[in-house]
Write a protein that binds this ligand. Structure first.
Ligand code: FES
Length: 612
């Protein structure tokens, strides 16, 4: 960390994932025994960073597959199936939200006090705001404390910043002179893996710049469950809270520096994140989210001063977090549902955000029902031997020749392959299935005469990249166990979709639109996800990719206070179905543990391709 080299730590240092492998080139260490390192690897100098005690100066090599690389920012071209909402379309969509920001700056030219007009400074300010159509009945104490000086310093010409609330406005800042032209806010997506921040000019509604970074909490575990477990360790919660705040601070610092913006003119931060991330941002104890009956401290968050949680901004800058629905349907989903306008739609819409959890919402303007299913880390490259996040060197696309099973691969950054990310794993499984190298249960056909299909140390496997072509110098393979892991993940999501559909006595074919949100979802190829049975087989025109709905919703809330009012209404209206106690879920899940499904007739196009 001190050298700014970030190492993968999927299991949060439990010694079970094997993703933190490093190579000790010089010096000796004390290794704790580990089942995830083979004897051969230990002889080659491999050690688990999380289970190794340094006893002297070392020379350590970090192999590319163990590094958390840079986030790959790339524009995806229009997919062959489904519609991807482009940046230009998003600009238009955001502009369609009524322009009425929750923060306003008003320039006031106050009449000076006289013996005939001798009301107090605060009453004078309030009276002038009222003349400008602003009913304000609250003022922050620090503003009140400095008010007398600021009014006189500005010769009674001041700019007041107000936060519009349900019962009127709160004055959060008063400054001498006219500063109305410089008025900014930050929208933040607090993701488990990645944190994204946008600096927005409130005067114009324009995004001035965007920055993203891995969530520094990754060193404490990859998914929300491992973070919650980490929070129960001594000082764990404090560490997690300071890591997420540190990540947000770093992004804000970078943005204001790059865009040459005075941070004192940032009046608000609107953040959206899943329930655990939001609790951790505030420093609330998240442990009960993991224990039945799965209760967070709160799902609705008050406006607070951002500096109170440690965000390094001016004292007046406010923080608002999108409301959550339940422990596993968070503010990121509320935000995405609102900005996609699903909650106003007449069409039966399925909204889905796939990561380590599949968060699914079904409905439209009259009702919304949601659930969350634990997909495990497979879609993010976890639990897969050569899996990695979608950073430089990750295999993201795969095609397999149906005659000789030779692969054609594309990596992120078009460099030597270091491992395989979620979309690559889906691709390779779909291709292996269509080329009949694996069957409906994901079992390899070892009769096939190809050196790429072989019996490996841990069972049957497919060699995607030979050692001489890989970044690590070792073969990159996908094993039968990896395939099983992914089938379990996709089965959980597909079962969740079916449970929602069944709960309202409808059929998959009744779905009129499928909205796919999230960084991972944005790169999915519908043909491939349908082939493995992750999503139902429906016509291409029903699929829409919206990208990061969480940050877009936060942006919309910066320019329209109606958005966060609606967020609270949507969060309250959405019914949440708890799947862990749903008796039908297990039946649905077992039926989906096949490629694409036990009932393959539900996937006629896949059946067609198999019969070719
Ligand atoms: Fe070290 Fe998982 S094995 S972080």
């Amino acid at each position: 960390m001190a050298a700014e080299v970030r190492i993968n730590a999927s299991c949060g240092g439990d010694g079970t994932c094997g993703k933190c492998r490093v190579i000790i080139d010089k010096g000796s260490v004390k290794r704790e025994p580990s089942p995830v390192l083979s004897q051969e690897e230990i002889v080659e100098g491999y050690a688990l960073a999380c289970r190794t005690l340094i006893t002297e100066d070392l020379e350590v090599r970090i192999p590319p597959e163990s590094r958390l690389g840079k986030i790959a920012e790339k524009e995806r071209p229009q997919p062959t199936c489904g519609h991807l909402i482009s940046s230009a379309e998003w600009e238009e969509r955001l502009a369609s939200f009524a322009f009425d920001p929750p923060f306003r700056k008003i320039y006031l030219n106050l009449p000076q006090p006289t013996l005939d007009d001798n009301i107090s400074d605060w009453q004078r300010l309030k009276r002038e705001l009222g003349k400008n159509g602003i009913k304000s009945n609250e003022i922050e104490l620090p503003v009140l404390m400095s008010l007398a000086g600021v009014l006189r310093e500005g010769n009674w010409q001041v700019t007041a910043t107000v936060l519009q609330q349900e019962n009127g406005c709160k004055v959060i800042k008063v400054e001498a002179s006219d500063t109305t032209a410089t008025h900014y806010a930050i929208a933040v997506d607090v993701g488990t893996t990645t944190v994204v921040a946008q600096l927005i000019d409130i005067v114009t509604g324009r995004t001035m710049g965007k920055r993203s970074s891995f969530n520094a909490q990754a060193s404490c575990g990859e998914d929300v469950i491992s973070r919650i477990i980490f929070s129960t360790k001594d000082k764990g919660l404090e560490k997690l809270q300071s890591l997420i705040v540190g990540t947000i601070n770093k992004l804000i610092r970078e943005l204001v520096k790059e865009l040459d913006v005075n941070p004192n003119h940032i009046c608000g931060i609107l953040a959206a994140g899943n329930t655990t991330m939001t609790q951790l941002l505030f420093g609330f104890d998240p442990r009960y989210i993991r224990e039945e009956p799965y209760i967070p401290t709160t799902t609705l968050f008050p406006w607070v001063r951002a500096s109170e949680v440690g965000i390094e901004v001016a004292g007046h800058t406010c923080l608002y977090c999108f409301p959550c629905v339940a422990s596993y349907i968070g503010g990121d989903i509320t935000s995405g549902v609102i900005v996609s306008r699903m909650a106003e739609s007449d069409s039966l819409t399925l909204f889905i955000d796939i990561g380590t959890n599949g968060e699914i919402v079904l409905g439209g303007k009259d009702w919304l029902v949601s659930c969350s299913c634990s997909a495990g880390p497979a879609f993010e490259g976890g639990g897969v031997k050569h899996g990695m996040q979608a950073t430089r060197g990750a295999i993201e696309q795969v095609r397999i020749d149906r005659d000789n099973w030779e692969p054609m691969i594309i990596t992120v950054g078009r460099v030597k392959p270091a491992g395989i990310c979620g979309t690559g794993i889906i691709d390779v499984i779909a291709e292996l299935f269509l080329s009949k190298a694996i069957n409906q249960k994901g079992k390899f056909n070892l009769e096939i005469d190809s050196p790429r299909i072989r019996k490996g140390e841990f069972g049957p496997e497919y060699v995607l990249v030979w050692a001489e072509d890989s970044a690590s110098g070792a073969d990159i393979v996908l094993s039968e166990a990896d395939v099983e892991n992914l089938i379990r993940a996709k089965a959980a999501v597909f079962a969740g979709i079916n449970i929602l559909i069944e709960s309202v006595s409808l059929d998959l074919t009744d779905i009129e639109e499928i909205i796919i949100a999230g960084a991972f979802g944005n790169y999915l190829e519908i043909e491939k996800v349908v082939t493995i049975g992750l999503l139902p087989e429906l016509p291409c025109e029903k699929f829409t990719f919206i990208g990061n709905g969480s940050i877009l919703g936060a942006h919309a809330a910066v320019q329209s206070q109606a958005v966060f009012k609606e967020a609270e209404a949507v969060a309250k209206k959405m019914t949440y179905l708890e799947l862990s106690t749903n008796t039908k879920f297990m039946d649905q899940y077992i039926s989906a543990l096949f490629l694409p499904h036990t009932n393959i007739e539900k996937f006629p196009r896949v059946l067609d391709q198999l019969e070719k």
